[in-house]
Design a binder for this molecule. Sequence first.
Ligand code: NAD
Ligand code: GLY
Length: 364
Amino acid sequence: MSERITVSLAARSYGVHVGTGLIGRAGTLLAPFARGVVPVVTDENVALGYLDRLLVTLDEVGLDARPIVLEPGEGTKSFAGLEGLSNALLETGVDRGGLVVALGGGVIGDLVGFASGVLKRGIDFAQIPTTLLAQVDSAVGGKTAINTRHGKNLVGLFHQPKIVIADVDVLQTLPRRELLAGYAEVAKYGALGDADFFAWLEVHAPQALAGDTASLTHTVAHSCRMKAAIVAGDERETGDRALLNLGHTFGHALEAATGYSQRLLHGEGVAIGTVLAFRLSAQLGLSPEADAARVAHHLKAVGLPSSIADIPGRRPDTDALLSHMQHDKKTKDGHLTFVLVRGLGHAFVTRDVPLQAVRDLLAA
Ligand code: NAD
Ligand code: GLY
């Protein structure tokens, strides 16, 4: 059972395959884009469950797969990680006509996408995302980056993959907390642009998150369809792509204020940030308070944090949060950029939010 979604970008268009049993068929899916040496980059956790299976399918179609296994964690998405990976890729002998495969979560996908985008001035790559966050968000759309000491994702480029293979079976081994963090990005799609999908999730999310593959496939495929449509219309984020940042201005500030630690995963920050964006919209008279309550209720019901009070430990300071927002890379000319809503499913981008309104909301 699988679905194929197209990201339409003229000569850079590609398919996103979503379904079950796809890693077992990955060799056949990748073969049209590859020849000879195929570096397969993954992390130690993912390698345990899925690397051998992928190597066998590549071997079956006559490709010379070369595994590169990296340390798991955000620290790998760094200048040092880029240097190590670039050298490892060069040692495989992969040439400019080759294909590099990223098998893993957003850390592996972002790093491999960036490394292949700059190696020999650009080599093709494929994404085989293994977290829910990567399947519905980071593997689709071509944003690649590494972190710097000045902040996350500040050095990167747009480099679209040749194909994305999202096998929902692999989500069975994902730690529950990571699965839920990825789910925050799924709920975000409904909240920003599709109230019917949000209503579907309110009914079906529990079974999807319990591993039901039919509901998971629909959940991932619909999210990818929404992202594909937005990216096709605005690849470089000069307009509507910014809608995908619903919940992220608050979320990034919360992540920064909690030191990018295990206290708050990215998706958990997005969950709280999405509720805050709905509450801010209600406070500004743009959206019903009932919609903010509905979003908060759903996120809480699946097991996600939905308010700043849900973050363990000391409550992040309001001034510190405002200061982090002002340093966000999406801030332009000192104006905070927010994605707000005019009701569930109707997000819009604004740089017109009074700072005092944000301060009042955070202090409440
Ligand atoms: P991750 O890649 O660190 O994976 C989370 C953890 O799960 C890791 O320990 C990993 O080893 C493990 N794991 C992965 N797949 C597994 C599986 N199937 N079974 C068991 N364990 C598994 O984290 P993530 O949440 O996937 O990605 C976060 C990164 O994505 C951040 O760096 C963020 O900046 C980036 N991101 C990028 C974009 C984009 O558009 N490029 C969008 C959102 C997030
Ligand atoms: N993750 C947001 C984007 O791809 O634009």
